[in-house]
Design a protein. Structure first.
Length: 644
């Protein structure tokens, strides 16, 4: 029983939870009164997402040793450490393992266990210190080098990650440990995928799959297949992604691995999600949810719920999205799954943003940033900065938004995430031109365009964004022909994809047409933009397109319609503190009132516009405000107010 237990512990330390579970089951079968083996089995069940079975084993372990004093001090500490780990009480587990290390300071395994406890408690620096100590005590401890590679890979130290992965691989090869080597290739593939290096990721994962198959390790094989599926749709090869995901699901079902079956069904749904085949995606997400609930796999259930929430956001159904996401977050919070909480907060922020609940969305992104800082997850931190920046951009707090997007860009660059770098640059451009800093915007936009060209035009969404940004910049400078050309390119490239970009493109086209003299066409395009925004359920786009429609009405001579529409849009801008759009709405209302002949109202609206402009100046500072006023379109509308 002790030998089976030790084999199980070795497997746990290597992250091979299915094999560990089998060894601990063997141990308690031989000796049913082996309390620590029951506790270890509980930990393995918890890692495999069978929480009810984990609780049963914890109850058994507790009943066998109702009083810790019957055990030696070291055994009692191990029982406490393993029990609290299984309960996901990681801070308590750290305390127990720290005491174990104090009693066994020269035992590398004790330091390794402490490192895992710190890692689970999201204390990355302390975990790294523990693993480094392991390698000092035992330079041949391959698992410690593997964990170091994983943790360095999550941070910004790519060179250290590569070096420690290589050392782990060498040690496992010397030890003729195929499963260990498979885990190195798997984790290294995951590392490269997170850095946007999908070709390198695929090569590593194919090696992991080959080794797992040769070793007969089905859980490793399934995990490698699922990661290869993710790499497949990252490479725009959805057929290969689907093939790998289906093979993973079939393998998991054949071997009775319910948790991996549910995960595989989610990944299969992801293939269809990327294809924008939302009906098929939902079918597999729902199957995963049913499978997880039937097998009481709570973590898999939460994963299915999170993905259903993401799907609802894409389908412009934010209320349903929030419901699904909150169900998942309840589980993740209770179980101290900080990384998953962080991902859930990101989606929750996006759903709240879609509804126009900007302050709530901001709080979600700020909480996500705090959690990312605690866990040292730079990738999540970058996404949080992007989320915060997106809200500040909508709220037209441009200087603050620029800071957030610069931080997002710096993180992606340090991680070597080329796709993230491209989006980060595009976000910065979106802010810079709005501030009137056109030269800087053009320089960065040229860099983004070069990146998309070098990647063979693989990032279609980013290419569409570039055309939309160019169209908006041209419109703001009254370069109507260029604005129209860029819109046409964006619409042709997007097809029916990227609905938010399509709305923006149609809005810009309508304004360019209306202001350049094609009033009827401009009115029609702006009306279509409003209809598209309404279907998208996106509060921000609805308000922006409504203001554009008011401007088009004004240009076409419908002063009363322009006045009514502008005032309707202004209510939303005032509610959300959007000072730029607010003064522009008052400017349209002013001109419309003048055309109608209501001079008293016109003077009132001028005063309100002036008040918003004063608040912008106070918020931004004199220098940024002065540059903004020099924008051609701003000078034009500012002049209409008679404030020159």
């Amino acid at each position: 029983a002790l030998e089976a237990h030790e084999r199980g512990v070795d497997a746990m330390r290597a992250g091979a939870y299915h094999r560990a579970k089998t060894e601990f089951e063997r141990a308690v079968e031989i000796d049913g009164k082996f309390a620590l083996a029951h506790a270890r089995l509980a930990e393995a069940w918890a890692e495999l997402d069978y929480l009810d079975r984990s609780k049963d084993e914890l109850l058994t372990a507790g009943s066998l040793v109702p009083e810790r004093k019957v055990l030696s001090p070291l055994d009692a500490l191990y029982l406490d450490a393993v029990t609290t780990t299984a309960r996901r009480e990681f801070a308590e587990a750290v305390k127990a393992y720290e005491e174990i290390v104090r009693l066994s300071p020269d035992n590398p395994q004790a330091h390794f266990d402490l490192g895992r406890a710190h890692e689970r408690n999201n204390k990355v620096e302390q975990a790294i210190e523990s693993y480094v100590k392991v390698t000092m005590l035992d330079p041949l401890y391959a698992a410690a080098f593997l964990r170091l590679g994983i943790l360095h890979g999550r941070g910004q130290d790519a060179a250290s990650a590569i070096a420690t992965f290589e050392r782990a691989e060498q040690l496992y090869e010397t030890q003729v440990n195929a499963e260990g080597r498979a885990e190195v290739f798997y984790q290294r593939g995951f590392f490269y995928r997170n850095r946007g290096k999908v070709a390198e990721a695929r090569a590593q994962l194919e090696q992991a799959l080959k080794l797992a198959e040769s070793a007969g390790n089905q859980s490793q094989r399934i995990n490698a297949l699922l990661q290869l599926s993710a790499v497949g749709y990252a490479e725009n090869d959805s057929a290969r992604a689907e093939r790998y995901a289906r093979e993973a699901v079939e393998t998991a079902q054949a071997h009775g691995m319910e948790n991996l079956t549910a995960r595989g069904l989610v990944d299969l749904g992801n293939v269809y999600f990327v294809r924008a085949d939302y009906a098929e995606a939902e079918k597999y997400y729902q199957q995963a949810l049913e499978y997880a609930r039937r097998s009481k796999a709570k973590r898999a259930e939460a994963l299915a719920l999170i993905n259903l929430g993401s799907l609802r956001i894409q389908q412009s159904r934010p209320d349903e999205a929030i419901n699904y996401i909150n169900q998942a977050l309840d589980f993740y919070r209770q179980g101290n799954f900080r990384k998953e909480v962080s991902s859930g907060l990101l989606l929750l922020g996006r759903a709240k943003r879609m509804k126009g609940d900007y302050e709530d969305a901001l709080r979600s992104f700020e909480e996500q940033l705090q959690l990312a800082g605690q866990s040292g997850d730079q990738s999540q931190a970058g996404l949080a900065h992007e989320g915060i920046g997106s809200i500040l951009l909508i709220q037209e707090r441009y200087p603050e938004a620029l800071v957030q997007f610069q931080q997002k860009y710096a993180i992606d660059k340090s991680l070597g995430n080329q796709s993230g770098v491209g989006y980060g640059l595009a976000k910065r451009v979106s802010v810079l031109w709005r501030l009137g800093r056109y030269e800087e915007a053009r320089e960065l936009l040229a860099q983004v365009a070069l990146m998309t060209n070098q990647s063979g035009g693989g990032n279609k969404e980013l290419s569409v964004q570039i055309h939309v940004i160019r169209a908006e910049m041209a419109l703001s400078q009254f370069q109507f022909a260029e604005a129209g050309t860029q819109v046409e390119r964006a619409l042709a490239l997007a097809g029916s994809q990227y609905p938010d970009n399509l709305v923006e493109a149609k809005r810009v086209l309508g304004l360019a047409q209306a202001v350049s003299g094609a009033r009827r066409e401009g009115l029609r395009s702006c009306g279509e933009a409003v209809e598209m925004a309404t279907r998208s359920n996106n509060a921000h786009l609805i308000e922006k397109t409504t203001l554009a429609l008011a401007q088009a009405m004004l240009e076409s001579g419908d002063a009363q319609g322009a006045l009514t529409t502008a005032l309707r849009a202004q209510e939303g801008f005032a509610r959300h503190g959007q000072l730029i759009s607010d003064w522009q709405a008052w400017a349209v209302a002013t001109r419309a009132s003048q055309l109608i002949g209501d001079q008293d109202k016109a003077r009132e609206y001028v005063a309100r516009a002036s008040d918003s402009l004063t608040r912008i100046r106070e918020q931004w500072g004199d220098e940024a405000y002065k540059i903004y006023l020099d924008r051609p379109d701003v000078r034009h509308y500012y002049g209409n107010l008679g404030l020159n």
